[in-house]
Design a protein around this ligand. Structure first.
Ligand SMILES: [Fe+2]
Length: 313
């Protein structure tokens, strides 16, 4: 059974070039930084995207959060002449203004709100997902040499309610924009609905009970823990999941055995491998999708894999 629903759309070269020209011109008039000029970048991007994207693509974006789809990929967006990969994690944002306008414009068309949190990524809105030598041996979006097991991002936070401050909850959606990926490393995704049938009823009941302590991932500055919480929860439209193998602790032996069964199920879960290259955008539902990245050998630093990640709820 494969319940994972992913929309994959590809722009033609003519549309890409129109977007590139208009957005490139409009962002070049001033220095635009996503942390101070997020609304202006989104405004520029969304305007051009609304004007040039084919109707079916616009419709897919505007309805995505209501369709129950797990993920959406939009390929062949503008890809600039990019600077070397900032493997330390941070680089100049101004040269990426066009890419930032496209990513933030897409987030606006999706009808969701981008946000940063002050305890992660230096409080910056957009994270450079790069193989950072200082993260060697850690399971982090800055890692490369360690496998990153199936997880949801920031599972130590509660699920959010519509209309609430997104910074207080798990990010509902993760968005990525590909800058370069010569190593062709996939981002793998799996639907929680595909993992559920791989464990028995009794195990599911334990996973739905507050029998776990779930900590913050390595990318967080603070060591926050969500105590006495669940791995699986019931949302208005189905099951929600919070999980990170590295930070989830069972509170008793019954919970520990259910956790082992869950980890075993995830090893067998149907998955989709998405290789994001230059100009490829991905969004997925962090409440219903688990994701992971296998270990890989990065290209030389200047051309190493580089994705741009922005949370949105
Ligand atoms: Fe992640």
């Amino acid at each position: 059974m494969n319940l994972l629903r992913v929309a994959v759309l590809t722009l033609d070269g003519g549309t890409r070039d129109l977007l590139d020209k208009e957005i490139g011109e409009r962002v070049s008039a001033s220095a635009l930084d996503p942390d101070t000029d997020e609304a202006i970048l989104a405004h520029i991007g969304a305007h051009a995207l609304s004007r040039y994207l084919p109707g079916e693509v616009l419709h897919a974006l505007q309805t995505f959060t209501h369709t129950g789809r797990h993920a959406l990929v939009l390929r062949n967006l503008p890809a600039g002449d990019y600077p070397p990969t900032p493997v330390t994690g941070f680089g100049q944002e101004t040269p990426l203004a066009e890419t930032n306008a496209v990513q933030l414009g897409l987030i606006q068309l999706l009808g969701i709100t981008p946000f940063a949190v002050d305890y992660e990524n230096g409080g910056r809105l957009i994270r450079n997902v790069v193989p950072n030598p200082s993260a060697a041996g850690t399971t982090s979006s800055w890692g490369a040499d360690s496998e990153f097991f199936w997880h949801t991002d920031n599972p130590h936070l509660p699920f959010g309610e519509p209309g609430s401050d997104p910074r207080l909850s798990m990010p509902r959606y993760l968005t990525f924009y590909g800058i370069r990926n010569e190593e062709a490393v996939p981002t793998e995704i799996a639907a929680v609905e595909d993992a559920l049938p791989l464990v028995d009823d009794a195990t599911r009941r334990v996973l739905r009970s507050p029998a776990y302590d779930i900590g913050a991932p390595a990318s967080n500055d603070a060591e926050a823990v969500y105590g006495n919480t669940v791995i699986l929860d019931q949302g208005p439209d189905g099951t929600l999941v919070r999980f990170d193998r590295g930070t989830t602790r069972a509170r008793d032996a019954v919970a520990a055995s259910a956790l082992q069964a869950w980890i075993g199920a995830l090893a067998r879960v149907p998955r989709r491998e998405l290789v994001l290259g230059a100009g490829d955008f991905l969004i997925f539902d962090n409440y219903r999708v688990l994701h992971r990245r296998s270990r890989f050998t990065p290209a030389p630093a200047a051309t190493a894999r580089w994705l741009r990640r922005c949370y949105a709820s």
